[in-house]
Design a protein around this ligand. Sequence first.
Ligand code: MSP
Length: 486
Amino acid sequence: MKKNNNFYITTPIYYTNAPIHLGGAYTTIAADVLARWHKLLGENVFLLTGTDEHGQKIQEIAEQNNQKPKEFVDKIVAEFKEAFKMLNISNNNFIRTTDKSHEEEVKKLLTKLYEKKLIYKGHYESYYCVGCEQYLTKTDLIDGKCPLHNRVPELKKEEAYLFKLSAFQDKLLNLIKTEKYEILPKERRKEILTFISGGLQDVSISRLKEKINWGIELPFDKKHTVWVWPDAFWNYISGLKQTGESNFDKFWPPNVQLMAKDIIRVHATIWPALLLGAGYELPKTLFVHGYFTIGGQKMSKSLGNVISPIYLTKRYGVDSVRYYLIRNISFGSDGDVSENGLIERYNNELANKLGNLVSRVTSLIEKNGIEKTENKLLKKLKLKEIEKYFENYELDKALSEIFAFVDVCNEYVQNNKLWETKDKKALYEVADSIKAIAILLWPFIPDTSEKIAKQFEFKITSLKDISKPLNEKVKISKGEILFKKI
Ligand code: MSP
C-alpha cells in the first residue's frame, strides 16, 4: 500500500520519429516543476519520462532514412536524453519501450489479459491515422483527413486481436464520475464522460507482423506485433519496475499523469481498462494541460516555425526557457509562444525584476552589511495562495504570485531609499526575503535559485526553511549578473 509521502508523476513517453519538440519539453518541464515542489514539501518523489519507439510511424521514417529502426531511434533517444539534461529535468528513470525489461512486462500483461479472455481474435476495420497512431471515427475527419496531421487516414480491415474495452464502459464511467479516477481540468472530465457515454468499442491491440514488424511480438501469436498504445501505456509500470520491485510497491499508483489533449481519450479509456483488466490500482489524477501554438500557428516543419527547445536553451539559458513556458501559458489552457515573447518576459521579468533585485541588494549589502531583525516584509508573501495554486496545478499563477513578492521587495528598496539610508536591518529583511524567493522559485528555475543560495550561503531543501531566519553572519557579495539584458 502506497504511503502518503510518496509522489509518483509521469509524462507521456515521446515518439522518436523526430527530434525533441517544444511541446514535449513543455510537459516534461511542468512535470519537473511539480516533482521539485513535492520534494520541497518533504515527499519522496519519482518522476518518469521516456520514449515511445515502436510502430508504423517510426518504421516508415527509419526506412525513408535507410536505417534500421533501432539505429534510427537510438540516435533520437540520445538527443532526448541530452535535451532533458540541458533542461535540468530531475527524472528518476528514462524508460524506452525498446528496453528488454519493458518488452517482457508488456508480454506478461497481454498474456494475462488473453488468459482472462479479455483479448480475443477478430477483425478490425477503421480509419487509422499514422500521424496520431490512433484509430479515428468518421466524425473526427475534416474533408476526409485527420485534422491534426492533414493526412488521409488509411481504411484498415485486417485480422487482429481485440481488447474488450466495451466491457469496461460502465465501470469507467462510474470511476470517472465519482472522481476515483480524476480527470482535470473539469471541462476535460466532462468531455470524456460524454465520449464514453457515446459507447466504447473493443479495440485492436495487434497488427499483422507482415505489415508492421517494428513492435513487440504478441506472445500468443507470432504473426502479430503489439499495437503501439498498450506497449506505450505499460511504460508507466515497467519504468518503475526497472528501478526495483520495491520501488514499484512504494510508488504505484501515479499521483498525477500529465499530458495534452491529443492523448487524453486513450488515457481515459484504454489505459485504465488495461489496468483494471490486469488487476492494478488506477492512477489518481490525469491532468490535461493546454496545447500551444507558435506565433499563432501550429508548429510544423512545412510552416518552418518549429522551435527546438535545445536551440532556445543554448541561446537564452535553461531557466529562461523553463520560466517562459510555464509563465506564459495558463496551465490547463491553450496558449501561444514565440521567441520574441520569451525575450520580452526575460527582459521585463527575469532581468528587470528578479535579476535587478538580487544585484542591487547584494551590492548594497557588500558595502554596508546586514543586521538581524524580525522580517516584517515576509508577511507580504502570499505563501498560502502559492501552495493552493500548486495544489490546483495552477503553475503559472504560482509563479506570478512569487513574482508579485519580488515586486514588493523591489518597491521596499525603492520606497525606503535603501541606497541612501544604508539601513542594515532593512537590508537584512530584503536578504531574508530573497531567500524565500529563491526557495519558492527552485521548482521553476533551479539553476538561478541555487546561484542565489550560494551567494547568500543557504541550502535549498525544504519549504520550511522559508520561516528559518537567514544567518546574519553570512558573507554576501555582489556576484555575477543573473540575467544579462538582451
Ligand atoms: N507516444 C505518445 C504518448 C504515449 S504515452 C503512453 C505520444 N507522443 S508525442 O511525442 O506525440 O507526445 C505527445 C505529447 O507531447 C502531448 O500529449 C503533450 O504532452 C506534448 N505536446 C506535443 N505538442 C504539444 C503542444 N503543441 N503543446 C503542448 N504540449 C504538446 O503522443
